[in-house]
Design a protein around this ligand. Structure first.
Ligand SMILES: Cc1ncc(COP(=O)(O)O)c(C=O)c1O
Length: 337
């Protein structure tokens, strides 16, 4: 197969069964990390850019700017390189060093903001930085994945349709929440299609998106220190928060038991499946969306020193209980009326 550009390689039909992950039902991953930019964000980046180009708001001389925790930045940097566009990517110290190197290698300007916002995260600082740059430069255009409906649409017309076409409606679908584009898109399309799937949105403890208190988070991808504008708590999905310690334990356990190095968000949604296992009927088909693979996390989630310094030695040691009976630090939030 010959593709026109790297960004044209999409891998929407790849699913991996995690045999015996939880006894009694099938756990499957929709693997999004196998395209050339290594994450689900390639779909988001393509639509953000195409929408801006088609609507005419983006003039040929415009340079782009966007806030990213890593994966969207890599995808946009790849697209911009092949289209001859200039992009500035604004990220923070939680971004994996490899992701920052990756964005730079693709020719993007990368700005790392270091001041924490009032919720102890960096998102508001990143956005304030972008607003200041926009005020000073009329040729700069902000794609704004947190407020742009193209983000949701990339998943309602992309991810959700791929699931129904290639996997069929799962009984349960677990989706991590960063900007919430993936979750909102899946909820929208599954409801429109009348799919009987129970959808669970999974976020990191310390994120404010579901209305919980702000707290320190160190793993990029999930969570926000300000609620994304596109997030709607429609009542059509269940909400679960997972502690980062469980994310790390689950990532490491999956690597050892299944030979698959998954990214932090994938560990988080898998931890949520274990947490809800008593609610999931035997024989169910459960699907979790895996936004990226684990190679970008070798210096963090999979690095003993990094984990020990931040979470303690008991988290750094590999789990031994196959059924994850010690994964208890998970909070299920009551559904909104
Ligand atoms: C690593 C990782 N986790 C989680 C997500 C969640 O996605 P969203 O921003 O659509 O909520 C993404 C999105 O690409 C991601 O790259």
């Amino acid at each position: 197969m010959i593709y026109d550009t790297a960004a044209d390689v999409l891998t929407g039909d790849v699913f991996i069964k995690l045999d015996g992950f939880v006894p009694g039902f099938d756990t499957n991953l929709k693997v999004e990390g196998l395209n050339p930019t290594g994450s689900i964000k390639l779909k988001t980046a393509r639509l953000l850019l195409e929408r801006a180009e088609c609507s005419g708001v983006l003039c040929s001389g415009n340079r782009l700017i966007e806030s990213t925790s890593g994966n969207l930045g890599i995808a946009l940097a790849s697209l911009c390189a092949s289209r001859g566009r200039h992009i500035t990517l604004v990220t923070d110290p939680n971004a994996n060093p490899r992701s920052v190197q990756y964005m730079k290698a693709l020719g993007a300007d990368v700005v790392v903001v270091r001041a924490k916002d009032q919720n102890g995260g960096y998102l508001q600082t990143r956005i304030d930085y972008i607003r200041n740059r926009l005020a000073a430069d009329p040729d700069l255009y902000w794609l704004n994945q947190y407020a742009n409906s193209a983000n949701t649409q990339a998943h309602s017309t992309g991810t959700a349709q791929e699931i129904l076409r290639h996997f069929g409606p799962p009984d349960w679908l677990f989706v991590g929440v960063g900007t919430s584009g993936t979750l909102m898109g899946c909820v929208e399309h599954f409801r429109k299609a009348g799919a009987p799937t129970r959808i669970v949105g999974v976020d990191a403890e310390g994120s404010v998106t579901f209305g919980g208190p702000a707290g320190t988070r160190r793993i990029p991808g999930l969570g926000a220190s300000r609620r994304p504008e596109i997030f709607r708590d429609s009542g059509h999905f269940q909400k679960v928060l997972v502690a980062e310690t469980d994310t790390i334990r689950t990532c490491r356990r999956v690597a050892l038991d299944h030979g698959l190095l998954v990214g932090g968000s994938t560990g988080t949604v898998l931890a949520a499946i274990r947490a809800l296992r008593d609610q999931i009927p035997e024989g169910s088909r459960v699907l979790a969306i895996s936004p990226d693979l684990g190679d970008r996390y070798l210096d963090t989630v999979y690095d003993d020193e990094w984990v020990m310094a931040r979470f303690g030695s008991d988290v750094a040691e590999a789990e031994t209980a196959r059924n994850g009976s010690n994964l208890r630090e998970v909070t299920e939030l009551a559904a909104q009326p």
